[in-house]
Design a binder for this molecule. Sequence first.
Ligand SMILES: [Zn+2]
Length: 490
Amino acid sequence: MVTAPGPERSDAGQQTPAAQGSMTRRRFLAVSTVSAVATACAGPLRVLSPSPGSPSPGSVPPGSVSPAGPASSPSASLSGASVVPVSPGVGRAGSRRTLYRRGALADGRSPQLELPVSILVEEGRIAWIRPADAEEDPGTRDGLEIVDASGATFVPAMVDCHSHLTGPGGAHWIERFSDPPEQLVATAEHNGSIALASGVRWIRDVGSPSGVDPVDGRDRALSLGVRDRWRGRRDRPYVRAAGNWIFGGGISVVAHGVQASNGDELVAAAMGQLDDGADLVKLYLDGPDPARSPWSVDEVRRVVEAVHGRGARITAHSGRLDGARVGAEAAVDSLEHGFELDEDVARAMLTNGVRLISTLAVMRSWLTFGRTTDLERFATPAGETVIRDRLARAEESVRLAHRAGVPVSTGTDFGGGSLRANQLAWEVESLVAAGLEPWEALAAATWRGGELLGEADAGTIREGGPADFFLVHGDPLSEPAALWRVWRVA
Ligand SMILES: [Zn+2]
């Protein structure tokens, strides 16, 4: 339905599908050879963003240890598979080891599946990835679980780059942010659980209401306490969180939002969020007058420098063109939504290293509300027309950015938008509908998210890396809906 970007185009630092495919294949075969030798073995308008902004890639404060989540480790996915030293027979009796045999692999770096592939996981890390016909000896069978993965596809665990942990989503998503702190924190626990089960391992929270945390007693953005409590847990996603949204003076889409009327207040508000423990800062570039950014380019540039000076990143909600222009020219790290970009803004984004975080499925969910609710802004012909026009404009914006070479990451906007925490597959489908190739859309929901977060392992499958992947039925490189058909999470 939408014209796709030419297959020959390539984003900065991104090879064309054809080039990547051949590279992947070549390296795969190289690995195969090595193993044989060595072992023989991603009104409505105004409504949209209740979710104030969104932050940019989670950042890790200098000197801090990986907030939630694994320690960083060497990198190289299968596509870049450097063979990590793994001795045959290394498996120890009693160690937790799982051998997944004969699945297909879709790593989001090429348009082609690799198959059949076997993967050995030891103590939560990928010991090796091999063509199924050249498996290494997994070692002792004691404690080894063998999973017949035939008919399933390995996919890197996804990175939801735009989400709101403390909100449940649904047709009254903004109202839900006014629920009491106890409810918001409980909502986050449910969101974390269902996100993980859907294949999401990393979550970037771009805004949460503040309140007194019922567990740690601190009065700050509630997502920060949730992040702290999930640190190091495998049964919850790894989190980078922005704290509260920073709105212009006179506007606060949610209760208890932080407001800044001028440049001084803006810097102070950003520093306040970082002092509270935020990993990144989220600005809201739609002002009281939607057609105008609440701050000037100079004011935003100043807060960008201040945040970067603290070793953190800064992102900006961009629902309207003027805010997008200001964010792009001021070189924030990323624009969230980017629903009204034009060619000039896309060019400025590329020049200034500003990434785009798409959230197209929000409008698609609103369209479903036209049938499942009796709310006027969704369920009337006029409401539907507004939403469809908005979606078409947003899809065009994604195409403009993508064609310009701007890296695209993606998120559900769950909680701050109407999606739920286990619906990132919907956004991948939406990116394909907007014109990205399926592998590019999968990249946006996996390793492009890792780039955004500055986490080399996020969204990748590589030897020596964490066993963060899931298995689906179908080929997401030709049919993105396959991502809904989750069989199991490694
Ligand atoms: Zn949002």
